[in-house]
Design a protein around this ligand. Structure first.
Ligand SMILES: C[S@@+](CC[C@H](N)C(=O)[O-])C[C@H]1O[C@@H](n2cnc3c(N)ncnc32)[C@H](O)[C@@H]1O
Length: 373
């Protein structure tokens, strides 16, 4: 069965996700704004969900067509092979509707038309007059862009950033998928480069690095909604999980250090690291200006405070200045990777980055400043 899969991601991470998809053995990945399309089979739904570190969700593309009228939207949606996926008893909410630069822009109208078309299509396919909608969920997504309608089914359920290792949510941590992206973009080599985050908070960057180092599939400790679908036999999930389990590198082949000025953050970081199944991390309570490591080279990847509130701005700017001075003194031959929305970061840090890339931390447009040793 040949299926078109769509992996979604945060804007700016498309090339990293494309690299991951290629490394997982898929070819001909096509990249759009925050989305990558590739071809796979049922087993690949399991593998993509388990393995793709920077993907937000894995969707099945059910169909794509041009539509400028509601009649066209209804007819073309109804003609798609919904019954092939959606079981007679399934729930099938229209979970997300987006419309950009298109004639059909009323989301609520599009939503009810899609629902009606899918209901009619399923009744015909399953030869029934009633659909109880009590079974497994098949969330439908509708995207209209320049009158091009894309309809897809969500195979992930909760977003793939939910790895199952987060014990607390109150520190505004970095999204796991973005943290993994920062590590992959830095081209960190676990067996060669020391890794340090001196403002580690709950440790997301370091934990994602640890998962990469040990080749632990990020989804290994969670469930996916499509595990409830009849069309994917449980053996396929079991096989993909077993393969992921067998791929784990047993020894700790990395040197990872984290520090923060906050005890509470460090407590959470320790706890999350354990929940992620990782050991041998070195956490210390230190102020940024007290940090030092006995290695001449390595990589610092960090997500400092952004100073979003007016009264925090001065403190944040002072921290960025201190960071520049301290890194150059204590970590002179290291590479640094810093994500912040601050346009003046380089001025405060007093160095011009070798590269900077636009990335989104949720809705916040940031820069990923990269300084190479
Ligand atoms: C945006 S948070 C990092 C969040 C982290 N990436 C995560 O995913 O949880 C910034 C962290 O910097 C720490 N911090 C701020 N100023 C510091 C300083 N001068 N020295 C050490 N840590 C500091 C804060 O305690 C906070 O945990």
């Amino acid at each position: 069965m040949n299926i078109t899969l769509i992996a979604t991601t945060a804007m700016g991470l498309e090339s990293v996700l494309a690299r991951e998809i290629k490394e997982l053995g898929f070819s001909a990945a096509q990249s759009f704004n925050g989305k990558i399309e590739f071809q796979g089979n049922l087993e690949d739904i399991c593998r993509a969900n388990l393995w793709l570190r920077t993907a937000g969700r894995i969707l099945i593309k059910v169909g794509e067509f041009k539509a400028t009228t509601f009649d066209e939207l209804y007819e073309k949606t109804r003609a798609l092979p919904w019954g092939q996926w959606i079981e007679e008893t399934a729930q099938f909410p229209i979970s997300k509707v987006t419309s950009r630069k298109s004639t059909l822009f009323s989301k609520s109208d599009c939503q009810s038309i899609i629902k009606k078309a899918v209901v009619d299509s399923l009744k015909t396919y399953h030869k029934v007059s009633n659909l109880p909608e009590t079974g497994a969920p098949f969330a439908i997504r509708l995207q209209i862009e320049n009158d091009l309608v894309t309809l897809s089914l969500d195979t992930s359920g909760s977003g793939l950033n939910k790895r199952g290792y987060r014990s607390h949510m109150d520190l505004a941590p970095l999204r796991e998928t973005l943290a993994a992206g920062l590590v992959l973009l830095s081209r960190w080599r676990p067996d060669k480069d020391v890794l340090f985050d001196p403002l580690c908070g709950s440790g997301t960057i370091l934990i994602e690095a640890g998962l990469i180092a040990k080749n632990i599939a990020p989804g290994l400790n969670r469930q996916f909604v499509s595990e409830q679908w009849q069309i994917i036999p449980p053996e396929l999930w079991a096989k993909a999980r077993q393969e992921a389990q067998d791929s784990i590198i047993k020894e700790n082949n990395f040197q990872i250090f984290g520090s923060d000025k906050s005890w509470r953050a460090l407590e959470i970081a320790q706890k999350n690291t354990g929940l992620a199944g990782l050991t041998n991390f070195n956490y210390q309570k230190l102020n940024l200006n007290e940090t030092s490591l006995p290695f001449s080279t390595g990589k610092i990847i960090t997500n400092p405070p952004y100073g979003e509130r007016m009264d925090d701005q001065e403190e944040t700017e002072a921290l960025y200045k201190e960071m520049g001075l301290h890194f150059k003194k204590e970590f002179a031959e290291w590479s640094y990777y810093v994500i912040t929305p601050h346009d003046d970061f380089e001025k405060l840090f007093k160095a011009k980055s070798d590269k900077h890339r636009k990335l989104f931390n949720g809705a916040i447009q940031c820069w990923y400043y990269q300084f190479f040793a």
